[in-house]
Design a protein around this ligand. Structure first.
Ligand code: ADP
Length: 490
């Protein structure tokens, strides 16, 4: 990874520097040429301009009995060579015949084959000054028609652009040198840059590999607050999330296994009893005393009943799990439901010599809920209080309102739940004392179902902390019913 990222960095930097140099170089060289052209035409225009009347006059005015006008003009032009920038090397002037363009003299010997007729000379031959030049041409010239002593002449100034060219060449070599130096520096810098970028990425990669191997324990150190730092932070968060999710999944898987084992175990016990009693009955038809036969049949009926009970509870839970169980929402007075529960268990409580106290708040409203299911929850927790309190106990059923919720608490002074088991009593099949629960027909599913029902109503079922012996369970229910419609109104 290090190599490929490094190469990419170097390539990007080289590309940047080269393109920058090309753009800057082209711009500079173009500007230099442009500057020289402007300066050349500026000088010529100034020399032949309105303000320089002496110069024009000297060129135009022929002396009396003048024989060679061109030679005289040559002399004048030599006198003004400084103003025209004529150095006789790169820039020269020529005096041409105004009708043929033939060279009559100049600051340099006439070029071989004569002075070339350029577009500017053609313009001057027509009587107009020629002042044009293109940036791409390798010369620049100006041709000005002058009439002297009635004779047409052309003053022609020719610059071979050597100064501009040599300056451009100088600049080009400078740019190439700067480019080479820039490239060397950039390659060195890229090592540094690659190190600051690649090292954290390498650490991140190592971390990811460890997570891929299943080790979530190591947190990656965050060394910067840039994008790589943020990436590392996100990665740490993701690893943490993954660890929690996997732990949850493992827990769920364990719960599933326990559940299957529990179901098998719960069903096997009554089934074994039924089988053995049925076998005894089948083996001794007519031989067993009638009262024994009817006792055996009673046990068989009882055990089948228990199995039916367990299966019914399992079916209810499975409906909740799959979301197939809809709530039948109606409006009913909460106080009435609590009172009905109280009345329903009173007889059973009396059989166990328990005293049951009912404390209802005055302002209890109507609630919107599935009445049958809420009654099921109430019955379950009150029956538990009766079941798990030694005879002669005291049970208090109280209900009230707290804001937008109503609540009911069932408090007993029974055997209570050991601190270590408190968290688990809502688990499926969890019973503190299996034998005692079974004896009283319990399946260990009652509270899980009750909690499921309360959650569906967006309420809850909790254990309340208390100092005294026994147990207090509290159920809470939103008055307006579940917001998320898990059921339909009747
Ligand atoms: P069960 O059918 O066994 O009663 P539940 O789900 O209703 O199943 O209760 C789960 C377990 O919680 C019970 O087996 C019992 O150990 C414990 N429990 C429930 N209510 C009480 C209570 N009021 N006092 C003591 N223990 C209780």
């Amino acid at each position: 990874m290090r190599r490929s990222l490094h190469i990419k960095l170097v390539l990007i930097i080289i590309l940047l520097i080269v393109s920058l140099m090309v753009v800057v170089g082209a711009f500079l060289m173009n500007s230099v040429t442009g500057y020289y052209i402007d300066k050349f035409y500026g000088q010529v225009a100034d020399a032949f301009g309105q303000r320089n009347v002496d110069f024009i006059r000297d060129l135009q005015t022929a002396t009396p009995d003048e024989e060679d006008g061109a030679a005289m003009m040559e002399e004048v032009l030599f006198a003004y060579a400084g103003a025209l920038g004529v150095d006789r090397r790169d820039r020269n002037f020529f005096v041409l015949d105004g009708t043929t363009g033939r060279c009559l003299g100049g600051s340099a010997p006439e070029p071989e084959g004569g002075v070339a007729i350029t577009p500017n000379i053609s313009t001057a031959l027509l009587g107009e000054p020629g002042f044009d030049s293109s940036v791409t041409a390798d010369y620049m010239d100006a041709a000005i028609p002058i009439t002297r002593g009635g004779q047409p002449y052309i003053v022609y100034i020719l610059d071979n652009r050597e100064t501009a060219r040599s300056l451009n060449a100088e600049m080009f070599s400078l740019i190439v040198e700067a480019l080479a130096l820039g490239l060397i520096i950039s390659v060195l810098l890229s090592f540094l840059l690659a190190k600051t970028m690649v090292d954290p990425l390498q650490r991140l990669t190592n971390g990811i590999e460890e997570v891929a191997r299943g080790d979530f324990s190591r947190k990656l150190e965050i060394t910067s607050s840039d994008e790589i730092g943020q990436l590392t932070e996100s990665f740490n968060a993701m690893a943490q999330q993954l660890e929690t999710t996997i732990a949850d999944l493992e827990k769920a898987e364990q719960q599933r296994k326990d559940f299957v084992a529990n179901v098998s175990h719960e069903l096997r016990t009554p089934l074994t009893n039924i089988t053995s009693y049925a076998e005894t009955l089948a083996g001794g038809v007519g031989e067993l005393p009638p009262e024994m036969e009817s006792r055996f049949l009673g046990v068989i009926l009882n055990e089948s009943d228990r199995m039916a009970h367990i299966l019914q509870d399992l079916l209810t839970l499975s409906r909740f799990d799959s979301g197939r169980s809809e709530l039948r929402l109606t409006r009913f007075p909460f106080a009435q439901a609590v009172d009905d529960t109280y009345q329903a268990v009173l007889m059973d409580a009396q059989n166990h010599a328990h005293t049951v106290e009912l404390r209802l708040a005055e302002d209890l409203p109507e609630v919107r809920a599935d009445r049958e299911r809420i009654m099921q929850v109430m019955m379950n927790i009150v029956s538990n209080a009766i079941k798990y309190t030694p005879d002669g106990g005291h049970i208090v059923l109280s209900a009230g309102r707290a804001g937008e919720k109503v609540w009911m608490e069932v408090d007993d002074n029974g055997i209570g739940i050991p601190a270590g088991d408190r968290d688990r009593i809502f688990e499926r099949f969890y019973r503190v004392d299996k034998a005692r629960s079974r004896q009283s027909g319990g399946t260990g599913l009652g509270l899980s179902i009750a909690q499921e029902i309360m959650l569906r109503h967006e309420g809850g079922l909790y254990l309340v902390d208390k100092e005294e012996p026994g147990l207090t369970i509290r159920m809470e229910l939103p008055i307006r019913g579940p917001r998320e419609e898990g059921g339909h109104e009747e």
